[in-house]
Design a protein around this ligand. Structure first.
Ligand SMILES: Nc1ncnc2c1ncn2[C@@H]1O[C@H](COP(=O)(O)OP(=O)(O)OP(=O)(O)O)[C@@H](O)[C@H]1O
Length: 290
């Protein structure tokens, strides 16, 4: 993985003002004036956002805030109506998903029904880009293709070992538990040795025991230099894993900061008004009673 784990250590974020759109010391992804509208609805209207290299950034916000739409736009699975963004210092605005992936930014997807019918190993082999059916290859190139195939299989086995899925290698992916599926989704994304991972609710449907193991895997990837950005509703997960939190509401970026500062940020409380903002108050009342 290309990033420098020392130079991009999460501690480098501690000196940054927790302001929406704040400049970061080493941004990997840099967005400007990104908008996406559906009919008359501005699903995303982010003025500026920088995602620091080598850290775990959580993207949170109430339902409909625009988190998934923003992920879709930057990963090339949806188009923006306006704005610019760059990745690793070079423009990436409007690039289609395959080009985004080639540049090193990969997003995970829930296992589709079609993929569930394939084996775990096949899922990993199919996740690698640039593959061709052997029939389409001229005879001259076949030895090269076999070499590539062996290399892919070696990478797949390495990841299966890492995520302790080796014993399920030849099982149909559809038979995996919720947590094992999440590990497979992660492994699929890692087949191409990305620089940055975009994870959409990585813990959804995972039982508490496996949640800890998944969190540990994600932190280890960060420690190895990978940049991770994830959308998550579970605040325990956000607090437990993120180095930085960005908050969206109504398509805008309304707050940013280290996780421990986010809960007391007025804009965040407003964004969640009527939902989670009741909880701290309830806890305070309980403290006063005691
Ligand atoms: N393809 C679409 N067509 C029309 N409206 C859409 C489309 N995709 C998203 N929207 C709308 O855009 C807004 C932002 O949706 P988005 O899914 O990005 O929010 P989110 O923050 O990811 O929400 P959640 O946490 O519930 O997944 C919502 O009002 C949603 O209804």
């Amino acid at each position: 993985m290309a990033a420098d784990p020392v130079g991009s250590h999460p501690d480098r974020l501690s000196a940054i003002d927790p302001e929406p759109g704040v400049r970061k010391p080493d941004p990997l992804l840099d967005l400007d004036q990104v908008t996406r509208t559906f009919g008359g609805l501005a699903a995303v209207r982010v003025e500026h956002l920088e995602v620091q290299r080598g850290v775990i950034t959580a993207l949170i916000g109430p339902n409909g805030a625009g988190k998934t739409t923003l992920f879709n736009v930057v990963s090339g699975f949806d188009r923006a109506d306006g704005g610019r963004w760059s990745f690793d210092g070079r423009p990436l605005t409007g690039a289609p998903a395959h080009r985004v992936a080639r540049r090193g930014m990969v997003r995970t997807f829930q296992l589709s029904r079609a993929l569930a019918r394939l084996t775990v190993l096949e899922n990993l082999l199919l996740a690698a880009p640039g593959q061709r059916g052997e029939r389409a290859l001229p005879a001259l190139l076949r030895p090269l293709w076999r070499g590539q195939e062996r290399e892919l299989e070696r990478r797949a086995d390495e990841l299966l070992d890492r995520f302790r899925l080796g014993h399920l290698r030849d099982d149909h992916a559809g038979t995996l538990s919720g947590g094992q599926r999440k590990l497979l989704e992660l492994a699929r994304a890692l087949m191409t040795r990305p620089v940055m991972l975009l994870l959409d609710e990585p813990m959804a449907g995972v039982n508490p025991a496996l949640t800890q193991s998944l969190l540990a895997h994600i932190k280890r990837l960060r420690d190895e230099g990978l940049t991770v950005c994830f959308v998550e509703h579970d605040m325990d997960v956000v607090m437990g894993i993120s180095d930085w939190v960005a908050v969206m509401a109504d398509g805008r970026l309304v707050a940013e900061g280290p996780p421990h500062t986010i809960g007391r940020n007025a804009a965040v409380v407003d964004a969640y008004l009527g939902k989670r903002h009741d909880e701290p108050e309830a806890a305070e009342e309980k403290d006063e009673e005691e």
